[in-house]
Design a protein around this ligand. Structure first.
Ligand code: PEP
Length: 258
């Protein structure tokens, strides 16, 4: 973390879990366990349909609501899609794009991720842009090359002013939902590399200001070590974000000196 130059963000990704009706008790337990002093921004990304319930329940403990996907289209005959305008209208402040599960199960490619990020920025929603390599790519020593390509593609046509409203999440695919966490050194190395890619495109100042999160089996036990790395500005957390005490512990881990 580096609080001097950028925000620390702890974002949960609930995926297709929980119900609007279970948010209230979840938030009560979360609130009871959150530290008193705020040392990071807290976000919970739910299915779009649950965003209003999250906003209502999250007010008390200053948890912002986010969605997990958005249409690249502005409006019209796209049955089943949810537009950035519609997300903004119900109060979503963040939205994940390019999660590896969407890339894997819904065929999302880098062009689509870029279009979705732009659609969100146009409506004032912060895209949390996910990138990350597969195990095969890591074993072939292609990690940085591949992640650099993903970052460049996702940010194509996004100017420096818009970059200030973007968050990048480095999520090695092999670490998501597997219980296998990247070591703090592995995660730092790639997050530092991502910042270098951004520096090359936008210059030193914008690169210094971008929050880069790590995601992939981050939990209450390993969060502090990961968050102690200079280029890891927070976490995108799946499984552990469904457990209020664990999620609160991860939030508390941002209180360490950075
Ligand atoms: C995720 O879904 O973005 C994620 C990192 O999941 P988990 O923390 O469960 O690995």
């Amino acid at each position: 973390m580096n609080r001097k130059y950028r925000k620390t963000v702890i974002a949960g990704n609930w995926k297709m879990n929980q119900l609007a009706s279970t948010i209230k008790p979840f938030m009560e337990e979360l609130k009871a366990n959150l530290p008193k002093n705020k040392t990071c921004d807290i976000v919970l990304c739910t299915p779009a349909v649950m965003v209003p319930a999250m906003i209502k329940a999250g007010k008390d403990c200053k948890v912002a609501a986010g969605a997990q996907d958005v249409s690249k289209y502005e409006k019209g005959a796209y049955t089943g899609e949810v537009s950035a305008d519609q997300l903004a209208d119900i109060g979503a402040k963040y939205c994940i794009v390019g999660h590896s599960e969407r890339r894997q199960y819904h065929g999302e490619d880098d062009m689509l991720v870029n279009a979705k990020a732009k659609a969100l920025l146009a409506k004032g929603i912060t895209p949390i842009i996910c990138v990350g390599e597969s195990l095969e790519q890591r074993e072939m020593d292609l990690t940085m090359e591949y992640v650099a390509y993903q970052v460049k593609a996702a940010l194509s046509g996004i100017d420096a002013a818009q970059l200030r409203h973007c968050i990048i999440a480095y999520e090695p695919i092999w670490a998501i939902g597997t219980g296998k966490t990247a070591t703090a050194e592995q995660a730092q190395e790639v997050c530092e590399g991502i910042r270098a890619v951004i520096r090359k495109i936008y210059g030193a100042r914008p690169a210094r200001a971008v929050s880069i999160l790590y995601g992939g089996s981050m939990n209450a036990k390993n969060a502090a070590e990961l968050l102690a790395q200079p280029d890891i500005d927070g976490g995108l957390i799946g499984g552990a974000s469904l457990k209020p005490v664990d999620f609160a512990t991860i939030v508390a881990a941002t209180a360490q000196e950075a």
